[in-house]
Write a protein that binds this ligand. Sequence first.
Ligand SMILES: *[C@@H]1O[C@H](CO)[C@@H](O)[C@H](O)[C@H]1NC(C)=O
Ligand SMILES: *[C@@H]1O[C@H](CO)[C@@H](O)[C@H](O)[C@H]1NC(C)=O
Ligand SMILES: *[C@@H]1O[C@H](CO)[C@@H](O)[C@H](O)[C@H]1NC(C)=O
Ligand SMILES: *[C@@H]1O[C@H](CO)[C@@H](O)[C@H](O)[C@H]1NC(C)=O
Ligand SMILES: *[C@@H]1O[C@H](CO)[C@@H](O)[C@H](O)[C@H]1NC(C)=O
Ligand SMILES: *[C@@H]1O[C@H](CO)[C@@H](O)[C@H](O)[C@H]1NC(C)=O
Length: 813
Amino acid sequence: MRSAVAILLSAAALAAASPVTPIPNGISVQTVSSGVVRLTVESNLAFRVSVGKNGPVTEYPFLDDSRPAPPSFQTVNSGSMVGISVSGLGSVMIDPNSTQFAMQDPSGTAIVTSRQLLQPSGGSSICDTARPGFDAQDPVRISGDNGGALSGQTQESCCSACDSFSECTAWVYAPVPDQQDNCWLLKSASGVFPSSDRVFGGQTEPPTPIVGSTITLDADSSAVYYGSGAGQSNAGTLSRTSGFEHVENRESDAPVYWSSQGYSAIGLQAASWQARDGSVVWSQVDDLYLIPAADIDASTRGMWSITGAPSMLPRWALGFLASRWGWNSEEYINTTLPQFRQGNYPIDAYISDFSWFTAQDDYNCPSDGWSWYSDFGYSNLTYPHPKEQLSYYRSALNMRMMGIRKPRLCNTELLSYARSQGWLVEGGLNGRDLNYSIPAMRQWYSKNQAHFRTDGVAGYWNDEGEVYYFQFYWWNLAEVETLQSLNATERFFSINRAYTPGMQRMGAVYWTGDINPTWQQLQITPGYMLNQGIMGNPYTTCDIGGFTSQTNALLLTRWYQAGVFLPIMRVHSTESATPHFPFLWEPAAANAMRDALNLRYQLIPALNSLAYRAATEGKLIMRPLMASFFADTNTHDLTSQWLVGDSVMVAPVLNENNQSSTYFPVGSGTWYQYATTLTHEAGTTEQLTNVGLDYIPIYARAGAVLPLGPVVQYTDALPGGPLQVQVYAGADGSFTLVEDDGLTSGYTSGNVRKTTFSWDDASSTLSWTVAGTFSGPNVFTSVAATLYSAAAGKSFPVPAKAIGRSGSFKFST
Ligand SMILES: *[C@@H]1O[C@H](CO)[C@@H](O)[C@H](O)[C@H]1NC(C)=O
Ligand SMILES: *[C@@H]1O[C@H](CO)[C@@H](O)[C@H](O)[C@H]1NC(C)=O
Ligand SMILES: *[C@@H]1O[C@H](CO)[C@@H](O)[C@H](O)[C@H]1NC(C)=O
Ligand SMILES: *[C@@H]1O[C@H](CO)[C@@H](O)[C@H](O)[C@H]1NC(C)=O
Ligand SMILES: *[C@@H]1O[C@H](CO)[C@@H](O)[C@H](O)[C@H]1NC(C)=O
Ligand SMILES: *[C@@H]1O[C@H](CO)[C@@H](O)[C@H](O)[C@H]1NC(C)=O
C-alpha cells in the first residue's frame, strides 16, 4: 500500500500544474493518455472518478438528486499526484502522467489504487474489453481451430487466442464449461445480451456503444466482495467475484460492491466488474463512485448518501400481508377477510392479482388491444361498488387493500393513443409496455390512476416490468408522483419484481419473484434478502409458501416462521393452489402460523424503530452475520441465520427434517435462547433435531434490550397495552424505541418520540429517557420489563410503570 502525505496546492502552484481545472465539487485533470479524468466529491461519504469525458454530468436514476450538497474540498498534491481532499473523509488523487489514481483515508494511507487507465475507446488489447455477465448475440465463429470452440481455457488464454487469429473480433468465455468447451472465438456478433455465467470481449457489429472505459483497481489477495445482487444460482451465498446490471424474474443485480479491503464502489452506467488476478476490472464504466467503508454499515451509509436514504414505509406494511391469485368475486372477498379476524390471525392488508380490475388477464391481448378491456377500472365481479367496499373492509375489518399493476395497456383506445405519443417500448408483451421514463407519459398515467388512491387502494404490486433495467424505477416514480399530487406527505409503498439502486428512497419494496413451493426455495430466500440488503435495498419480501403450485402444511408453516424475521411478511400463491391463509390448513399448522403472526406483531415496535434507524443512520434491518462479525470467516457466506437489528439472531428451520443449526460467531459474546436463561457461548454451534412445529430457534445476545408490543390484530391497534421490554443480562446494552404517526413523512422533520432504554449490567438497572414530543393514539404510555439472567438461572419480571419522560427499573437479582 502506498502512503502519501498530501500537501495543499496554492493557487499559484495550481496554475503552474496546468493539467488541473476547477469544476463544481472537484477538479478536472488532463492526463497524458486517457483524456480528461474528473475527480469530485459527491456526498459527505463518497468520491467519484469519471474517466475520458468532460461536460455535463450524466443523469442517472440511481442517484438522489435531492441529496445535500457535498462538503467543501481542497485541491492537494503529493509527489506526482494531484487530487482533492475532504476533511474527515480522505482524498482521491491521480498521476496525470501514469494515469494511476488512488483513494486515501484521512491519514494518507491508500485504501485502493488503480492501474493505468485505458484509452476511452480503441487502441487497447482485446483482453481489456471483457464484459462479465454478457454473451454474444448471433455469434458467427471463426473457421480456424475446431471452428473457434476451445476447451480448458482460462479467460486470459481465451482472449489471447482471439488476438492470434486475424479474423477473430470477439470472444466469449464461460467459467463453467458448456459441454467440454469454455471459449468461443467469433468472426462477428450482432450485439450482446445479459448472461450471468459468460464473459464477452471484443467488438460487435454494429458496435455495442462503449459508454465508458475500463478501470482496473488493484486488489489485496484476501479481498472479498459483496452486494452485487442475487438470482436463483447464487442467492444461497453472499460473496461474489463479478457483478453487472441485470433484472429478470427471480433476479436483481447491480454494478456495486463492498470490498473487504475497506471501500465500496458503484459503477455507472451499464457497468460491470470482475475480480481476477489481484485486481478488479470495471468495464463500460462512465463514472466510478468510491466510498471509504470499513464495514457493511459504513457501506450502506455511504451508498445511501448518494442513492438516497430508504424511506420509511407506512407502519402497516410491517404487518402481515395476505396475497393470492384468486380474489375472484365480491362474495369470496366478503367471506374470506373476516376469517382472519374470527381466527385471530393478525393481518393488515390483502393483496389482489388481476381480478380486482379485470375478470380476464391480458396475456393473450394482441398488440392493438381489446376494445372492452379496462386498464384503469374495476372488475364488476369483484368491485361493483369499489369505494363503499374498500371503505367497509377498512373500517369494519381494519384491512387495507393493495392491487396488482402491469406495466402495459390492453384497452384498444388507450393503446392507440399511447402508441401515437411514442410512449411504448420495443419488446415487452406484444409491444404494449409503457415507457415510464417519459415525463408526459407519467403525467397521463397519474391522471388515469389517481382515482384508485382516493377510492381507497392503499398500495401497488408492480409485476413483470423487467423490459429494461430502470423500468421499475420510473414506474414507481409515476406512482409516487400520483400520490404526491394528492397528498404531499403520505408515505408510499409498493411491491416490485425487481430492484435497481435508488428505489429504496421511494418506499419501493422488492420481492424475490415467482418461486416454487420447495424447501430449496425456502432455503435460499433469506440469502436473496441479505444480498439485496448489502446492495442497498433494506426492504424485501417473498411469496411465503412458494408461488407456482400447491404447497404443503409443514413447508408453509416453516416459511411463516422464517417470514416473521424478514423485512416484509407476505404470503402469495397461484390461482389453482390452496391459498396460504392459516385457516385453510390443518389445525396444528394453523396454530403454529398464528404463533408466528403473533410474534411478528409483537416485534412491530422494534421493527418500526429499526426502519427509522435505517432511514436516518443507514443501518440495515435484516443483517447478515458478516455485517457484525466479519473477523470470523465462518460468517462470510452464512445465509441460513441472520440478525434483526444488532442483538437478535434467528436460525429458523429451513428443511423437511425439522433440524436447525445455529452458529454463534467468535467474538460475539454470550447468546440466550429467546425468553429463557439458557445460553450459548461464542464459537460454538447448536444443532437442533426434532424441532417442534411451533418452535422457532431465536437468540438474543447478552446485553440485548428488546421492546415487544402486546399481540394486536392489526398495527393501528397499537399500543394495545404496556410495552414489554426483555433484557438479557451479562453485558451493557441499549435500544431506542422510535414511535411516529406511521403514515406521513413527519419523521423526516423530527415528528417522532424516541425512548432510549439503557441496561447497566453492573447495577442491574434498566433506565429510560424520552426525547421528542410526538404523541398520538398509537404510542405506548406504560412499560413493563423482564430480566433474563443466566447467572441467577431465572427470570425477573417487573410490573408496568408509566413511561413519562424518564424512569428506571432496578432488578434485585
Ligand atoms: C511520464 O511517464 C513516462 C513513462 O512512464 C516517463 O518516461 C516520463 O518521464 C514521465 N514524465 C513525467 C513528466 O513524469
Ligand atoms: C359484501 O359486503 C358489503 C358490505 O357489507 C355489502 O354491501 C355487499 O352487499 C356484500 N356483497 C356480497 C356479494 O355479499
Ligand atoms: C361486467 O363486465 C363485463 C366485462 O366488461 C361486461 O361484459 C358485463 O356486461 C358486465 N356485467 C355487468 C352486470 O355490468
Ligand atoms: C424511453 O424513452 C426515453 C425518452 O424518450 C428514451 O430515451 C428511451 O430510449 C426509451 N426507452 C426504451 C426502452 O424504449
Ligand atoms: C395525507 O395523508 C396523511 C396520512 O394518511 C393524512 O393524515 C392527511 O390527512 C392527508 N392529507 C390530506 C390533505 O389529505
Ligand atoms: C417434522 O415435524 C412435523 C410436525 O411435527 C412432523 O409431522 C414430521 O413427521 C416431522 N418430520 C420428520 C422428518 O421428522
